[in-house]
Design a protein around this ligand. Structure first.
Ligand SMILES: Nc1ncnc2c1ncn2[C@@H]1O[C@H](COP(=O)(O)OP(=O)(O)OP(=O)(O)O)[C@@H](O)[C@H]1O
Length: 266
């Protein structure tokens, strides 16, 4: 289990992540949602170990994150950041192979091929990464981080994704979240920062709704993605309906002129 207890991250005295506690369980997909600036990416970076905690504790599989060497942490958790810069003219397959380096491996042809097939990137493996579309690049980056945690293991692993589908068409958005769902069967816990509320509703087992660095609501889709919670946090009219045949809710943000009431809780 990944466990965060009362974690805080301060910038110039301001709590960007404010006493957040959460658990990521193997076989679960957790969506982190919330408005711009709510602290979603900062929370993910704290969990990844990229930001230094001001206070609180993060444990991966009962071991405090500071006690992991970088190479050991890389075997337990993989991180796909919002933006990945590459200045060298790498080919697509070479970018995916970078995932092997973080494991200290020099070769892994079969592994690389498997994740590239899964992410539908094998078909353009010899193209230059820099020439790909935004959505194609995201799939390549996903393949790169999947390499890290793809192999079977006796310890739970974690995949942290920061807006992994932001540049993707609808089919590829679903494909990525479908891949993330399949990882659950491998005993991997997935955390994804998502802006698309419908995608979060469709795939998440647990939803964390952030507002101003704090957890406003945390729980199942049905518990968290209620109109009153979403409207309050996003300060925007949002209609929530039951979906088709047991499908999760349909979240319908309404145009601003439909706003009929204030979203501040009295
Ligand atoms: N290193 C930093 N220095 C100063 N301010 C920062 C730093 N990192 C984050 N912030 C601020 O903290 C707040 C939360 O940022 P964060 O990127 O975590 O939000 P977010 O919820 O991921 O937003 P978005 O949806 O726009 O990606 C923002 O107000 C941001 O400007």
């Amino acid at each position: 289990m990944l466990e965060a207890n009362n974690i805080q991250y301060l910038v110039q005295g301001r709590a960007i992540v404010n006493k957040v506690s959460l658990q990521l369980n193997p076989g679960q997909l957790t969506a982190v949602i919330g408005p711009n600036g709510a602290g979603k990416s900062s929370l993910l970076k704290l969990l990844a170990g990229d930001y230094k905690l001001h206070s609180g504790v993060i444990k991966y599989n009962d071991r405090v994150i500071q006690n992991y060497r970088p190479k050991d942490l890389a075997q337990v958790r993989a991180v796909m950041p919002q933006h990945s810069q590459l200045t060298f003219p790498f080919k697509v397959k070479e970018v995916v192979e970078l995932g092997l380096l973080s494991l200290g491996l020099k070769q892994g042809e079969q592994l690389v091929r498997e994740v590239m097939m899964e992410t539908q990137t094998w078909g353009f493996k010899d193209r230059l990464y820099g020439a790909l579309s935004g959505g194609e690049k995201q799939r390549v980056q996903l393949a790169r981080v999947l390499v890290q945690i793809w192999a079977e293991s006796d310890q739970p692993k974690y995949l942290l994704l920061d807006e992994p589908t932001s540049s993707m068409d609808i089919a590829h958005q679903h494909q990525v979240l479908h891949i993330a769902s399949k990882l659950k069967n491998k005993g991997i816990a997935v955390l994804a920062v998502l802006h698309d509320l419908n995608m979060a509703a469709a795939y998440a087992d647990q939803v964390i709704l952030l507002k101003e660095g704090k957890v406003y609501q945390q729980g199942s889709v049905a518990e968290v993605m209620a109109s009153k919670h979403l409207e309050y946090v996003f300060e925007h009219p949002i209609m929530v309906r039951d979906g088709f045949e047991g499908m999760p809710h349909l979240i319908q943000p309404l145009p601003v002129h439909h706003q009929t009431h204030s979203f501040k809780i009295a």
